[in-house]
Every structure is written in C-alpha cells, then in structure tokens.
Design a protein. Structure first.
Length: 78
C-alpha cells in the first residue's frame, strides 16, 4: 500500500503525520536511512517479567536437589 503524506516543521525538526491505515501500537520507532529511503519501524514493546511468566506453561518436573553430594556446611560464629 502506498499513500502520500505531507512533511511539516515541528520546531527545528521535520515531521510527517502517519495515516491511520499505517498505525501501529506503541510510541517508539527506529529510523533507518538506505540511500534515499527512510524506513520507520515500530519497536516491539518490552514484556516485563510478570507478563512473560503468564505466557509460559507450568513445569511438571521436580527441581533437582542442588545440595545432593555436597558436604554439610561448617558452623561459623559471627
């Protein structure tokens, strides 16, 4: 899809309005220049740990005993 857009001044910068047909989620983009082309790509929103944990399947395995085979710890007086 190709659509024309007007370039305008915003302070010392030049800007364009992105037509609704090209809308994307988020407020961050990367801008790349290749020859005469300027490529604007949305940055994928970062997922925080709690959101990621909600997406993974539960583990059915038991966690290994990490102390197995180790000597008992020494008592330390502080």
């Amino acid at each position: 899809m190709v659509k024309h857009a007007k370039v305008f001044r915003n302070g010392r910068n030049r800007a364009i309005r992105i037509p609704v047909e090209f809308d994307f989620p988020g407020d961050d983009v990367t801008i790349t220049k290749q020859g005469r082309r300027i490529i604007i790509e949305p940055v994928e929103p970062k997922m925080d740990l709690l959101e990621w944990l909600k997406t993974i399947e539960p583990w059915d395995e038991e966690f290994p005993d990490i102390d197995e085979g180790l000597l008992p710890p020494d008592d330390v007086e502080l």
